[in-house]
Design a protein around this ligand. Structure first.
Ligand code: 5CU
Length: 386
């Protein structure tokens, strides 16, 4: 199969068996508990979010079994998945435990990918690659984080990046103690997948029962928006221009708010003085998954990214050139195994919606769409000769 026709999923999660057993061993959230159903079955339930309703939600082999991941990929025509541990990663562990568990889980992930199948018609491309874990928890010494990055890059060829949350070692991603981490990530070229877990200000959700709708639909993306905005405002991308950051859920509200953010910075000489560029310029230095569920949103995000690179320069790439630039920074994702279908269906509606959204962006050429489906990921993760 031509690489142009591939489908690559960059946002797809797993709780490896070792991680699932840690969750099973716990009596506080995050945890997996087994309970008896009224019909006498035992069922596993996952509790990871702070406000998870008592009893959590069903969890099963689709979260940890590689065969289930491959079946899901086959069913949706996905050739390659770049899998990552789902939240909340190692956030709940003390540093000494997080350090050891990260090493074990990264070795597990390497073998999950390396011993998996090849892409049909390719002698070199695997169907599975991964984002590793770092012991990025309170108390982590800065040099241990950069050492972990170097080790990951040297020891695990199928791990092409790291997934991180928004809290760093407790003070967020603008903490200057993280400088050696950014330096090591930029040096190794590992892609940083920035993903939310905590949401923001849950008092804003009110008292009406809306289940997980508001925390997941709004809280998650707002959390990512705040975290990446703080990283940009701290000048991290000026000091580490080779850092490659992929934002979950199409960057949350960052594209929509980027000109407002830029205007606020312009009005604050202290913050503006810290940055080498107009804030919007940095948006063009990031990558965005295409997990937005709508064509209008994808179109808007790519247009915003495309224009971003021109801010502060004489050329404002708009029109086709801007769109191409923007589309080249967007990558298909599914969020599997989250958002499963509610009834019996062959394909998951959440996946079909994301694929249809790519197909329906009228201003993207077939070339742009093929890029979002596969080529951009192949290039970003250095897979095959894209
Ligand atoms: O449904 C959820 O809670 C989640 C989650 O926790 N993490 C994620 O990536 N997607 C959905």
């Amino acid at each position: 199969m031509s690489l142009r026709k591939l489908l690559v999923d960059v946002h797809t999660h797993v709780y490896l068996p070792r991680y699932a057993s840690v969750l099973r061993s716990r009596s506080n959230v995050p945890r997996i508990l087994t309970r008896n159903t009224p019909s006498g079955w035992k069922e596993d339930r996952l509790l990871i979010l702070d406000d998870e309703p008592t009893g959590g939600r069903p969890v099963g082999p689709q979260y940890w079994d590689r065969e289930e991941k491959l079946k899901f990929m086959d069913r949706h025509g996905i050739d390659i998945s770049v899998v990552s541990c789902a939240n909340p990663w190692l956030d709940f562990l003390p540093f000494s435990e997080a350090l050891i568990l990260a090493q074990h889980l990264n070795a597990d992930l390497e073998s999950y990918c390396a011993s998996g199948p090849l892409v049909a018609s390719s002698a070199e491309l695997k169907r599975l690659y991964g984002f590793g874990l770092l012991p990025l928890v309170p108390g982590a010494p800065a040099d241990s984080l950069s050492e972990a990055v170097t080790r990951l890059a040297i020891e695990h060829p199928h791990i092409r990046g790291v997934i991180i949350g928004t809290r760093g070692t407790g003070l967020g991603l603008d903490d200057s103690a993280l400088e050696p981490l950014w330096a090591a990530l930029a040096e190794t070229g590992l892609v940083v997948f920035l993903h939310p877990h905590y949401g923001v200000g849950s008092q804003a959700w009110g008292t009406r029962d809306n289940g997980h709708v508001l925390p997941l639909a709004l809280g998650f993306p707002f959390e990512t928006t705040t975290a990446i905005a703080r990283l940009i405002l701290a000048g991290v991308l000026d000091r580490h221009p080779n850092l490659r950051i992929l934002l979950a859920h199409s960057g949350g509200a960052l594209p929509q708010l980027s000109s407002r953010l830029a205007s606020c910075v312009e009005h604050d000489p202290v913050v503006a003085g810290r940055l080498a560029h107009d804030v919007r310029w940095y948006i063009g230095r990031l990558w965005f998954d295409a997990v937005a569920y709508g064509a209008a949103e994808l179109d808007f995000v790519s247009e915003t990214i495309g224009r971003a690179g021109g801010y502060g320069t004489d050329i404002l790439p708009s029109g086709e050139r801007g769109r191409k630039l923007g589309a080249s920074r967007m990558l298909f994702g599914t969020d599997h195994p989250f958002f499963p279908p509610l009834g019996e269906t062959e394909k998951w509606p959440s996946v079909v919606e994301n694929l249809e959204a790519i197909e329906e962006v009228e201003r993207w050429s077939e070339e742009d769409k093929a890029g979002v489906r596969a080529r951009n990921a192949l290039t970003l993760f250095g897979l095959g000769s894209s």
